[in-house]
Design a protein around this ligand. Structure first.
Ligand SMILES: Nc1nc2c(c(=O)[nH]1)N[C@H]1C(S)=C(S)[C@@H](COP(=O)(O)O)O[C@H]1N2
Ligand SMILES: [Mo]
Length: 457
């Protein structure tokens, strides 16, 4: 039997580990907020040159000796918690994070105006590890607010071009053969601010309409079979939500039969109300809007419905003035999450640069990282498992010498598609889009260690 090979990652011996000031979630300065609201951004021309060589080399790490522990009272003196009685289990009920992690929250963007209940909260990507988004930090996008719907009263109707239209209760659904799968969800408007001259300050606001969970539910194909859908003429399905936005999206039948699910659970527990409790559609690889929450109806038909959510919203205004519709697959994309905008690199030396990559067309095959604004690229280490239409974590070693740098990541998926630069994307798409921006993200590291959101042409 093949044993998994152990990969040893060594820290370069000539560089001591540097520290990054933890993510600024929750404490954007007034100055940063003002900069966003006034739409300022640093633009950098291609000829970015790292003013480097003169910077002093990094110190060589020395092994710790006993005497180095002198003055280390945090480890030498026993704190109260090693001696006293801890808290009893029942005191906490449903578990919650440490009091020291309280700044880690979903947040509304300083760059967006909130319109009544039609709102967005962004996931704090800068402070998450691995690929799973904890349920309390999953981004939210509601077109007409969220509801906590009584599952005993909720019904799903499957109708249209089927032999036997059916109405399912939650009990009916949860008795069917279920599957559990890990997928990312990304709003089509994620990174939309990067089309314009608005440099939102952190990765939470540039890329935070992105999350990734393990979903449990029944495949839509199981339900369609159960109702005897018209295999010859049934070419599309329509999914409808039970909220006031009458969210309705067309999905082609081949995709619907492939991997679309009606899910009731995420990350091992029932969906959260804000994510569609008691059931939502999981449409792997498709933009978030197709993942209809509080799902109440599936209709089978022979042509697309051209609803408001696919003719007016989530369309791309192309340079020739034509609206591109039904461009719903989330193309290959990646972003460095540490170091990223708003963070400060405190020390020269070794840094683990990390980020996320994903593709609506399948698996991530490679991620390259540049530290000089795209002139030179090195291949990052990809974490396993490798799953289709799921986030993939990457890591790469970097020794910061104190000179200005521009960090970028570029993902390549299993179809061979390479994530484009912003000017390559603009050449095809123009600059009047809101949705579907999958361009390479640039983070500038200043000599002071401060990291900011820039664009490189
Ligand atoms: N019924 C309903 N479904 C919906 C929406 C909505 O407003 N109503 N918003 C959609 C949009 S635009 C996105 S990006 C995703 C967001 O899912 P989340 O809130 O679980 O992150 O849900 C989609 N499904
Ligand atoms: Mo969305």
């Amino acid at each position: 039997m093949d044993r998994p090979r152990r990969r040893v990652v060594r820290m370069p011996t000539d560089a001591k580990p540097g520290r990054v000031q933890r993510a600024p979630e929750g404490f954007l300065t007034q100055q940063q907020i003002a900069a966003v609201q006034s739409g300022r951004r640093d633009f950098l021309r291609g000829a970015f040159v790292a003013a480097s060589a003169a910077v002093a080399g990094t110190a060589i790490a020395q092994p710790l000796r006993g005497s180095d522990f002198k003055g280390e009272s945090e480890i030498l003196e026993l704190p109260e918690h090693t001696k006293g009685l801890g808290q009893p289990v029942a005191a906490r009920g449903y578990g919650s994070p440490s009091q020291f992690e309280q700044n880690l929250q979903r947040r509304e963007s300083p760059g967006l105006t909130r319109v009544s209940a039609a709102s967005v909260s962004f996931a704090p990507l800068q402070a998450l590890f691995g690929i799973i988004t904890p349920n309390g930090l999953h981004f939210e996008r509601h077109h007409q607010g969220w509801w906590d719907i009584d599952p005993s009263k909720h019904r799903l109707m499957v109708m249209g071009m089927v032999k036997q239209p059916k109405v399912y209760t939650m009990d009916d659904l949860m008795r069917l053969p279920s599957v559990s799968r890990m997928h990312f969800i990304e709003c089509g408007a994620n990174t939309g601010m990067e089309w314009g001259n608005v440099a939102v300050p952190t990765v939470q606001y540039t890329h935070g309409m992105l999350s990734c969970c393990e979903y449990t539910g029944v495949l839509l194909s199981t339900l369609l079979d159960d109702c005897g859908f018209d295999r010859k003429n049934g070419k599309f399905i329509l999914a409808e939500g039970a909220d006031g936005s009458s969210m309705t999206r067309t999905i082609s039948m081949d995709r619907a039969l492939d991997d679309v699910m009606v899910a009731w659970a995420m990350n091992g527990e029932m969906l959260r109300p804000e994510n569609g409790y008691p059931i939502r559609l999981v449409a792997p690889g498709l933009q978030g809007v197709s993942w209809v929450k509080w799902l109440r109806r599936i209709e089978v038909g022979d042509q697309p419905w051209a609803t408001k959510d696919e003719t007016l919203h989530y369309v791309d205004l192309m340079p020739d003035g034509v609206h591109r519709q039904y461009s719903s697959i989330q193309e290959c994309k990646s972003v460095i999450t540490t170091p990223s905008g708003g963070q400060t690199i405190l020390d020269k030396g070794f840094h683990n640069v990390t980020g996320l990559a994903w593709s609506g067309r399948g698996r991530i095959k490679r991620v390259d990282v540049s530290f000089d604004g795209g002139r030179n690229w090195r291949t990052a280490r990809l974490e396993n498992p490798e799953m289709p239409k799921c986030l993939r974590r990457f890591n790469i070693d970097w020794v910061w010498n104190g000179a200005p740098a521009i960090l970028q990541s570029r993902a390549i998926d299993e179809t061979g598609y390479v994530q484009p630069k912003i000017n390559q994307l603009r050449a095809v798409r123009g600059s009047r889009s809101i949705y579907h921006n999958n361009a390479i993200q640039s983070w500038k590291v200043a000599e002071t260690g401060e990291v900011s959101n820039v664009q490189v042409y």
